[in-house]
Design a protein around this ligand. Structure first.
Ligand code: FBP
Length: 549
């Protein structure tokens, strides 16, 4: 038997708190019909069976109905996020509440397990070992893109064999887009299988009015903020290094913003602002170098800079380059077979002049990274690009130049960090443990109400968890048309940092002070047990978004 730590044992007995709306019998109350956020006509034409569905809210019912057992399949898709195991525990408990003979099957290693018929039955004994734990190791995860009819038909064979009536896909924006396409297909062929999505991603970019946050964001940002706080204390003790800290978040800068709100670093880049202000890489470098030079004048040759992982794609010239590269590589599959030097030549010869110039101006390693394999959803793998080193190298050169010109008097020594994988599998915070359990349980109630093409939605999240609202939101409501792999596709719109939003404005109102002075905050580790003001705080982003001061 695997030996468990004292915390593991204590955490195993934690009972996640369900919203009262989900206690006992529930009834589904339908809201008004919905529309997609943009491109309504195109999305409606692509989803004739699942477009325009009403939102669903669950309320307490006066009597329990006798319901037949329901077999359900579950898939964990994409990057790990703390709380996935609680989604599965909640789903398991939910379908057992519907009928104790219901069964839950887990497809192994992501959507690939569904297509290849690799699965296990998730029994009470298995689930017990994973309650309130981090990771996705109960069934594993993967990034196979579910998009072809052959995959849907192949998957349907195993669903029929196991008498599975509903499939729950736990994933980010891309995976939930696939869930919507699958729901539409199964409905169009009367397959008798419902599909429900669950909002997962530490990146925090799957959110809207009805999905207040994706799960995992709370825990991951608390883990990163603890370590950033520790680095800041070290930094303020030795007063000799500048720490360049890259933070995960493939596209949006929500993680960087949340960590900045929690730790008050000297500088934090928000990619969305870089794009809005049309900044070049050189201007980003100059802005940070100016803060470093300013602190050096007061004898402070130390500090912290937070860098969102997705920065490179938000610098307008880089964005244009990546968009053209995506189309070029999609249209030329033979590119992958060329030697590195020939690949560089091919790219330079086939890009438009402006983009070729940008490509040629980049350090070779970074340029090459931009041409490497996309993930199965067509994204550049930004977590592999060492932006923190690229920036500190360029800043070092700028400061050396300013020194020669007599504009800079300090010493510049840089250290680099990348926080991403360290936080994705942490044990879920109380917030994520409760939120994920509720999302899973709520998915079971959506299945019981006959819904398909819906995302499990739990709202009112800055209130105590028992007061949370439960229901479902049609996935098509979150969709728009975007260019992917060289063609227009219906996808869930990514939620980027809102530069007029309350969380960003709070940050913007404080950052000059944080740059000039040393105002570090040290949030410490996630606390699971103790007073509510220490253990049960939502993320700062949610707090400010929902009116906190
Ligand atoms: P999801 O969008 O699938 O949740 O994954 C997010 C993420 O953690 C990003 O922050 C990061 O860029 C990426 O996954 C890393 O991918 P991989 O897990 O394949 O290394």
């Amino acid at each position: 038997m695997v030996k468990k730590s004292a915390l593991q044992k204590a955490r195993a007995s934690y009972q996640p708190k369900l919203p009262t709306a989900l206690w006992g019998a529930v009834k589904a109350v339908e809201g008004a019909p919905t529309q997609s956020v943009a491109n309504q006509e195109e999305i409606k034409a692509l989803f004739p069976n699942t477009y325009g569905l009403p939102t669903i809210t669950f309320e307490k019912d006066i009597q329990t109905k006798n319901t037949a057992p329901v077999n359900v399949g579950v898939i964990l898709s994409g990057g790990q996020a703390p709380g996935g195991h609680n989604v599965i525990s909640g789903l398991f408990d939910g379908i057992k509440t519907i009928n104790k003979n219901s069964r839950l099957y887990g497809f192994l290693m992501g959507p690939g397990g569904f297509v290849d018929h690799n699965y296990i039955e998730l029994t009470a004994d298995i689930i017990k070992e994973y309650r309130n734990t981090g990771g996705f190791d109960i069934i594993g995860s993967g990034r196979t893109k579910l998009e072809k009819v052959e995959q849907f038909d192949k998957g349907l064979e195993i669903l029929k064999k196991l008498d599975i009536k509903a499939l729950v896909i736990v994933g980010g924006d891309d995976s939930n887009t696939n869930a919507a396409v699958l729901a539409e297909y199964y409905k169009s062929i009367n397959a008798g299988v419902q599909v429900i999505g669950c909002p997962k991603t530490i990146d925090g970019d799957l959110k809207n009015e009805m999905i207040e946050t994706s799960f995992g964001f709370d825990t991951a940002t608390k883990v990163y903020s603890e370590v950033i706080g520790n680095i800041q204390r070290d930094c303020n003790s030795a007063k000799k290094y500048w720490h360049f800290i890259k933070l995960m978040g493939r596209s949006a800068s929500h993680i960087a913003l949340e960590c900045a709100l929690q730790t008050q670093p000297n500088y934090c880049i928000i990619s969305e602002e870089v794009e809005a202000n049309n900044l070049t890489l050189a201007q980003v470098v100059d802005n940070i170098a100016a803060v470093i030079a300013n602190r050096a004048e007061k004898g402070n040759n130390f500090g912290t800079v937070l860098i969102p992982e997705g920065l490179i794609e938000f610098i307008p010239a880089m964005k244009a380059l990546i968009a053209e590269l995506n189309d070029l590589l999609a249209a030329n599959p033979q590119f992958a077979t060329l030697a590195p030097a020939a690949q560089r030549e091919f790219v330079l010869a086939n890009l438009s002049k402006d983009n070729a110039d940008t490509f040629a101006s980049l350090p070779e390693g970074v340029a090459r990274q931009l041409t490497l394999d996309r993930d199965p959803h067509g994204n550049v793998q930004v977590s592999l690009i060492e932006t923190e080193k690229l920036l500190s190298e360029m800043i070092g050169k700028r400061l050396a130049q300013w020194k020669e010109e007599g504009k800079y008097v300090g010493k510049f020594a840089a250290l680099h960090h990348f926080f991403g994988y360290e936080g994705r599998c942490a044990d879920p915070s109380n917030f994520d443990a409760d939120y994920c359990y509720a999302l899973g349980y709520n998915a079971a109630m959506l299945i019981n109400s006959g819904a398909t093409g819906y995302m499990s939605s739990i709202r009112n999240l800055t209130n105590p968890s028992v007061q949370w609202l439960a229901g479902g939101i049609p996935i098509t409501m979150m969709m728009n048309m975007e260019r992917r792999h060289g063609a227009m596709k219906p996808v869930i719109q990514k939620a980027l940092v809102d530069l007029n939003g309350k969380a960003f404005l709070k940050f913007a109102s404080q950052r000059d002070k944080w740059a000039a002075e040393t105002c570090y905050m040290y949030p410490g580790p996630i606390q699971y047990f103790g007073p509510a003001e220490v253990c049960d705080q939502p993320s700062r982003t949610l707090y400010y978004e929902q009116g906190g001061k």
